[in-house]
Design a protein around this ligand. Sequence first.
Ligand code: FAD
Ligand code: SF4
Length: 501
Amino acid sequence: MTVGIWILGDQLWSQQAALKSCDSHQDTPIILIESLDFVRVRPYHRQKLVLVWSAMRHFAAELREAGWSVTYIITEESVEFPLKKWIQDHQITQLRVMIPNDRPFQQLIENLQLPCQLNWLENNHFLWSEPEFQQWSKRRKRLLMEDFYREGRKRFNILMADDQPIGNRWNFDQENRKPPKGKLNPPHPLEFEPDEITQETIEQVKQLSLPLYGKIEPFAWAVTRQQALEVLQNFIEQRLAFFGSYQDAMVTGEQTLWHALLSPYLNLGLLHPFEVIQAAETAYYQNNLPLNSVEGFIRQVLGWREYMHGIYRVMDADYSEHNWFNHTQPLPEFFWDAEKTDMNCLHQALSQVETTGYAHHIQRLMILSNFALIAGISPQEVENWFHAVFIDAYDWVMQTNVIGMGLFADGGILASKPYAASANYINKMSDYCKTCIYNPRIRTGEKACPFNVFYWDFLDRHREKLKSQGRMNLVLSHLDKISENERQMIHQQAENLRSQF
Ligand code: FAD
Ligand code: SF4
């Protein structure tokens, strides 16, 4: 039997299951394939293509150095032809592949009718395997993140003293919502000078004659495991202490504040979630870091990230088609071009995404997807946009975050209420409104902030549906205090705004 290994573009870890299953470096051929076919699906951010391809090329070089025999294919077409040819050329009888994170890709591989046996290896890039998550979810009526997170803390013994959480509380969210008052001085993110491989990849992406999005340079992302480990260390030493307090804050010109900037590397396999969690936990004990920050961060990785992945894997394949509010408005043009909006918060977040492919969680949730939700934009168009423009976007993380958390298009499978907010929230948690042409305090008239217009319009349009969500009753009672006349004006203004998209 001749075993071959196919390493996918987001499985770049020397301990990944398929590599781990083979002892003999010399005798096991490996293939990595860069296919332009995937780039035709949507106009990806140029830096995302550079990141993935450069990281793949660096990983292939590292494997060669470690003694593996590596074939690296760059193809204009689909993966099928080069893969089958390589199987035949190397007389491979069994192809080992670690189960892809993204389900459509797994289906694509299954449909390839390969000329050899296909052996799937359980994906070990997450702490919870798919069968383990299934086991956990089978036992419950509602799949609450908080329950899952607590189970994870106990199971992996993270921030625990016997069977109790350190600090005697599971959750420090109340302490983690500081508005950005006064001058904040967040550390500058670690940046990496593109090496020869990355420069070559940048040139190649520049030459592509396909519709793409965003600025390609300056490109400052890490592209190897070694560099990703430096980003982790930099986060632990310089950012983690304040991560919690300013987790929800947004400040003009400050793209990351104290956020970790780790998702691109976790999602490519350059870092493993467990080492990231352990690094934060160790820093808590050794460096005496504030518990609200350390717990808040561990909650993101051990809780949210694992939970989102688990839910994605156990939901029906049509999860991405959900549209609970029946929203059909096309995505406004300005999502692709920040210059085309005069709403300062959107302008800030969108320009940042154009320049870097990154926005932090609250910008994604409370500016970008909040706007899409309350303006009534089609969830599928929104998901496609997020998937195209973010540096860390993949099918598995997109569906649950955009369809479930951001847009509540699944009707509450994932979130307990829609993350819908007016300008009040943005004005409190950011400095964006100070320099905006709109007034965050008014909801009708020329100067009214569109977030206010759309927010009240959204609540009124979906009043009946929202009544079924217990946690919405308080805001619906505020809606009842607005006169019929004003509500009509709000609807009219919302329609006018939509017609200008
Ligand atoms: P930090 O805020 O520092 O958090 C630390 C880590 O926790 C992140 O690196 C990430 O790995 C993990 N994490 C936190 N929240 C989530 C979550 N909800 N889902 C998954 N992981 C989480 N995350 C992506 O990895 N890719 C995406 O394409 C993506 N799109 C999103 C779209 C929307 C509408 C929303 C609301 C969230 C999205 N997220 C996505 C989740 C989260 O916003 C990003 O993981 C985070 O902003 C990445 O930046 P960071 O590494 O600085 O994160
Ligand atoms: Fe955004 Fe409205 Fe504030 Fe302007 S006033 S920044 S549009 S929330």
